[in-house]
Design a protein around this ligand. Structure first.
Ligand code: SAM
Length: 349
């Protein structure tokens, strides 16, 4: 699978890809056709700058949104961003607004109908945002093989993805490719569906169950294992909420439970030191001037010292957040280890 080339004849021969293309290209015509609550309002209210950007997106695009979370991290000005499984392009256009004219957003998707729709509104949004030229493109390809779509090593600051990795038959290949195309200090910020126990083989083969994102939903511990094997820092849980099903799907799925969770994974330089410290937010991130919520466990008020674990220290220091923080050593013997929530079911509860 991870060796598949980008041509229709090679990659298109994968049955899962064909079924998913059919589901998103032909079967679903708008958000309301989904059989789960995945696309319902996000776990938290949208920050104002994101709400404003969303209000500028064309309705044809927003009405075909099939995501399950908010894949818009903070601190995006001038970033180069890649969106895996960009669909109608809703998130790409929000990000296009937020990165500004010096940034760039690439969406990649394998389904012709989705690509056609997303590309149709490039000029509309370029004008709407007042840009001289577009900062978005949509490319055809498979997220398991970004090389085949000509996406080079270490070229993106941020990779996002909204409810797509569960649809992939080879999630480790996807995450490995993300690691390859990210710059050091870069991050993957993604929302996806997680299941509470391994699904039966019979249900995995059900096309509706797979198409709705349940058949391929990961166990959250598998995400942590893949991240470690590939070289990412341990995933940081951001938000989580339970997903409900309509009657038709509930009858098929039975007592399995699913959450939609957002995680952030960083590609931290190997040499970065590992030590706990006090981190102080200097402010200055657009939309989060007074406080920045980094994940479910850590929030930073401007000017207030927060004790952070070794991994978070490494992440903040080597990423685009570094210029917005100062770091101070902990006094010997001081500090207590904070319990970190990583289980999205625990957070959703
Ligand atoms: C659930 S929809 C989400 C679309 C979009 N992210 C959104 O939030 O509206 C999944 C999208 O991922 C695309 N997709 C699924 N598997 C893919 C793969 N292996 N390679 C490329 N695109 C894929 C589908 O074509 C579809 O457009």
């Amino acid at each position: 699978m991870s060796n598949c080339s980008q041509t229709e004849s090679n990659c298109g021969s994968n049955q899962t890809h064909d079924d998913v293309k059919n589901y998103y290209g032909k079967h679903l015509s708008n958000t309301k056709d989904l059989k789960t609550s995945a696309c319902a309002a996000p776990a938290k209210p949208l920050p104002k700058h994101i709400k404003d950007a969303l209000s500028e997106i064309h309705e044809d695009i927003t009405s075909r949104y099939f995501g399950c979370g908010l894949t818009v991290p903070q601190c995006l000005e001038s970033c180069r961003i890649l969106d895996l499984g960009s669909g109608s392009g809703r998130d790409c256009y929000i990000l296009s607004k937020l990165v500004g004219p010096m940034g760039h957003v690439t969406g990649i998707d394998m389904t012709d109908e989705q690509l056609e729709l997303s590309r149709k509104y490039i000029d509309y949004h370029t004008q709407k945002f007042g840009y001289q030229q577009t900062n978005v493109d949509f490319t055809k390809g498979y997220i398991e093989n970004l090389k085949g779509a000509n996406l080079q090593d270490e070229t993106f600051n941020v990779v996002v993805s909204n409810c797509v990795i569960n649809l992939s038959p080879d999630k480790k290949a996807v995450l490995s490719e993300v690691y390859r195309v990210l710059k050091y200090g870069g991050e993957m910020f993604f929302s996806d569906m997680y299941i509470n126990k391994t699904l039966s083989e019979e249900l995995k083969k059900n096309k509706m169950v797979w198409g709705e994102g349940i058949g391929g939903a990961l166990l959250w511990k598998d995400l942590f294992q893949f991240a470690e094997e590939i070289g990412f820092s341990p995933p940081r849980l951001v938000t989580s909420r339970y997903i409900t099903f309509n009657k038709e799907l509930q009858d098929v799925v039975g007592d399995y439970k699913l959450v939609s969770a957002t995680f952030r994974l960083f590609k931290v330089p190997k040499c970065a030191k590992k030590e706990k410290c006090l981190a102080i937010y200097k402010g200055g991130v657009t939309g989060y001037e007074n406080e920045i919520q980094f994940d479910a466990n850590f929030s930073f008020k401007e000017g207030q010292a927060v004790e952070v674990d070794e991994e978070l220290h490494r992440i903040l220091k080597s990423s685009r957040f570094a210029e917005h923080f100062t770091f101070h050593p902990l006094e010997k013997g001081s500090g207590s280890i904070k319990d970190i929530i990583s289980d999205p079911f625990q957070l959703a509860n």
